[in-house]
Design a protein around this ligand. Structure first.
Ligand code: ATP
Ligand code: MG
Length: 576
């Protein structure tokens, strides 16, 4: 028996003579039973599907082979079973290797009396291509393949270039944005873009729109003669500058050779942002070169980044000049204050001596000291005037002294003498001086000290001044009924921590950073009109700095706290 195995028993019994006939047919033939299961295939069918009969039938019957074609054939088969008339149908078969072929399926009923019918399907390929056709097709395929490969290669190149341009742009952007120096911004841009495009040269110019000039600011050249520093009058080249000032790029080739550069092609791109044109960026190449779309885009993007960076650099320069100007004015103010303080010190000190002598004389003549003890309304006029003069003179002297001290501290001329201080005896003495004042304002003044504090080595006079100023402020700005506390404790890194806390008053958060500035007083924060010059905390901060210490302030929930950190031994502190 030929390769058309296996044959169903029923068919074998029924069609013994037909089998030889099927196998003799050159076209592929398969036989299906009434339930459309394949029961026989001829040798040509096995060749057609490149499979042995058993494997082919198993695959079709188990639905593992190209379901589309069989699904198309099923209704045709059912029709033949119903009508007992043959049918022809075109179907596309896909074999297990994935090859397609369109064939005409000719389906014929095969039956004998009293038996279920069988279907015999013969497949006829629609066109048999000749060897010449196949060669032609293969040649065409090779051509298509080559074209496809060329396109893929081209796309890959484009993608590679796009990635390189992207990386160049990112590098330029990072570098120019980090810089606040106009020269460096332009140099970076010109060099990088010229190298990325492999151009013969590149340069950049900045415009002076008031004078109508364009000056070549920086140039990057491998072989071309230099144009750096050249100033062009814009009106002499209207065809160029009209477009650039309009924000438009353009490229062109020189028709006549340039006497210096010869024949070249050029791409000109304005450096502009939303506030206008700042200059231009030019790329130069060989005369037959045309800049492509991606290259033009890169140059435009680089020019835009330059514009942003230049604006930023100019803003920074303007801010720097303002800072310098303010510093200069501040210095002038300090010089003025210093001169005035020096000039005033001598006459005010003389006035103070004269007032003391006047006080002695008035005491002898009219018992001034007794007068001054009386309530204000009962005092004599002379005593009242004398008191005003004395108080105002003291205020003037204290202001002048503060200014001169600040000046000495700024100049590093403040004398500092380190000496051992026992905090537990030194501070209570200082606080006692404020007790009476606090009581008269119904404030509670407390001192809290941690046990076993180490001895402090610092400048006692400066520390007296620091804590007197802090306690003075606390008494000045604390409302009646509230508490003022001075607490001392040991802190890490060989430091002592002093905290002066007062309740019932809060400094607004946006004022906090300024209260250590010279002459700064928080607006409307002196409800009892006690006055002040705003120099106290500035002095405190500078004195502490000279002793290796520092001060910080917090103010929340109606409580203000000044924290002073001091090295236990100022000679071993950070600035010791
Ligand atoms: P001066 O000390 O020169 O006589 P002043 O007390 O106004 O004047 P600073 O001691 O420098 O100046 O204080 C600056 C400002 O900080 C004060 O005007 C005040 O508004 C605020 N301030 C200072 N200490 C306190 C405090 N303990 N509680 C609340 N506000 C304070
Ligand atoms: Mg003060």
């Amino acid at each position: 028996m030929p390769s058309s195995q296996p044959l169903s028993q029923e068919l074998a019994e029924m069609l013994p003579s037909s089998l030889a006939m099927f196998d003799a047919i050159a076209a592929p033939v398969f036989v299906q039973d009434a339930s459309l299961r394949w029961v026989h295939v001829n040798a040509a069918c096995c060749t057609f599907f490149r499979q042995p009969a058993a494997a082919l039938m198993a695959q079709v019957n188990e639905g593992r082979l190209s379901s589309v074609a069989w699904a198309e054939l099923a209704p045709a088969g059912e029709q033949v079973l119903r009508t007992r008339l043959p049918v022809e149908q075109e179907v596309t078969l896909i074999d297990p290797q994935g090859y397609c072929q369109t064939v005409i399926a000719h389906i014929t009923p095969l039956h004998q009396a009293n038996t279920a019918p069988f279907l015999v399907t013969t497949l006829k390929p629609i066109s048999q291509s000749t060897a010449a056709d196949q060669q032609q097709q293969q040649a065409r395929l090779r051509q298509l393949n080559a074209e496809l490969e060329r396109q893929v290669e081209q796309r890959t190149q484009q993608l590679k270039q796009a990635l390189e341009f992207e990386a160049t742009l990112k590098r330029i952007t990072d570098r120019v944005r980090d810089s606040l120096d106009e020269t460096q911004i332009l140099q970076t841009a010109v060099q990088e873009v010229s190298q990325a495009l492999g151009a013969k040269g590149a340069n950049t110019a900045l415009y002076n729109l008031e004078e109508g000039t364009s000056t070549i600011y920086y140039e990057y050249n491998e072989s071309l003669p230099s144009y750096q520093g050249r100033v062009a009058q814009m009106e002499a080249f209207p065809e160029v500058y009209h477009q650039l000032l309009d924000g438009q790029y353009f490229q062109f080739c020189s028709k006549e050779p340039n006497p210096v550069r010869g024949h070249v092609s050029m791409l000109a791109c304005p450096i502009l942002d939303d506030r206008g044109v700042l200059g231009d960026l030019w790329l130069i190449n060989g005369s037959d070169y045309g800049f492509h779309e991606p290259e033009i885009r890169l140059v435009q993007q680089v020019a835009n980044q330059c514009a942003i960076a230049i604006r930023q650099a100019r803003l920074y320069q303007a801010a720097q000049s303002q800072v310098k100007e303010l510093e200069r004015l501040n210095q002038l103010k300090d010089d003025f204050l210093s001169t005035v303080s020096h000039e005033l010190r001598t006459p005010v000190t003389s006035m103070r001596v004269a007032l003391q002598l006047l006080g002695v004389t008035l005491n002898q003549e009219m018992n001034l000291n007794e007068e001054l003890q009386k309530p204000l309304a009962e005092r004599s006029r002379i005593a009242r005037y004398y008191q005003v003069l004395r108080e105002e003179c003291e205020r003037e002297i204290s202001l002048i002294n503060d200014l001169l001290d600040l000046q000495r501290l700024d100049g590093g001329n403040h004398p500092i003498h380190a000496q051992p201080i026992d905090v537990t005896t030194w501070l209570p003495g200082l606080i006692n001086g404020f007790q009476e004042r606090a009581q008269s304002r119904q404030q509670h003044l407390e001192f809290q000290v941690e046990a076993a504090l180490p001895k402090l080595v610092s400048d006692c006079a400066s520390l007296d001044r620091v804590f007197a100023e802090l306690l003075n402020n606390a008494c000045k700005y604390t409302p009646p009924g509230e508490s003022i506390t001075l607490a001392v404790s040991q802190a890490p890194a060989q430091q002592l921590c002093f905290q002066v806390t007062n309740g019932g008053v809060e400094i607004p958060a946006d004022e906090l950073p300024r209260i250590f500035d010279k002459f700064y007083r928080v607006p409307s924060a002196d409800p009892w009109k006690q006055g002040g010059t705003g120099l106290g905390l500035a002095l405190v901060q500078k004195l502490l700095w000279h002793m290796g210490g520092e001060i910080a302030v917090t103010s929340t929930a109606q409580e203000t706290c000044f924290t002073v950190m001091l090295p236990v031994n100022m000679n071993h502190g950070p600035r010791g």
